[in-house]
Write a new protein. Sequence first.
Length: 337
Amino acid sequence: MIKGTFICIDAHTCGNPVRLVTSGHPNLRGNTMSEKRQDFLENHDWIRQGLMFEPRGHDMMSGAFLYPPCSQNSDGSILFIETSGCLPMCGHGTIGTVTAALENGLLSPRNEGKLVLDVPAGQINIDYQMQGEKVTAVRLTNVASYLAHENVVLDIPGLGTLKVDVSYGGNFYVIVEPQENFPGIDQWSAGDILHWSPIVREVAGKALRCVHPEDETVSGVTHVLWTGKTQTEGSDAANAVFYGEKAIDRSPCGTGTSARMAQLFAKGKLNLGDNFVHESYIGSQFVGKVEEIVELQSSSGPIKAIKPSIQGWAHVFGENKITIDDNDPYAMGFSVT
């Protein structure tokens, strides 16, 4: 039986939606958020589908649940949900969740201006700024991010060959830079990106093994990051991130920015302490920084990685009460292809 009522706070981070679910949380089994994510996917994924897809959501919809801390040093935990699945990490979702939670008294920081949060990908640190009751900026220091595959040539049916990198920033990204068969996002329409992205993702997924070296449940190429010329003053780079089946991220994408910074660091184009202003498809910006150089342990030896930070803002614009029950023929939601 499918039945539930969910109170939600709706917001957006630099243009991309965040729906913070404040009631109706399923009781999840596990000691870590990674374990709880697996339980959610196995036993409660109807909640994600009902809240994220039409008619209650849309192709770009993204959301989150707040849970109690999993670690002794943590202020809370986040479970991310969106049309593409239950993500290990979501940067824009973190910024939106922290903003909505702080403005509504749903998080109680141990140290003013700072938070430590458990997420399925690990643990992240938050610095935030407030003016009165409003959160004006959130900076998250993300999980270790690294370049997983470099200069891979993919044969894309109907398009031709593409040379790509695959980088991890909380999710695995195929990164496509301008080249012979891709002129750049400034030369492609949103329709072009939506057409070619799932094809590129499928080809890359079949050709490449992408498994996190320290958590095998984090696996598979889920996002495609296309690059090109910037449109906003002060931007160092621009991107259009594809996720789900038909979504282009309206924000600069937090895990995508992390993956991009890890790629550039590995190629010697970013150094420790460097800032990186990343621009979204609509021109909004995140400010990234290479905070630390770290190592991940794999069966084949250590992997050099970075701890990136990403700063952005979010705006809360509404509240709603959503009911899902199996008397509704579209209780599980749908997407029009």
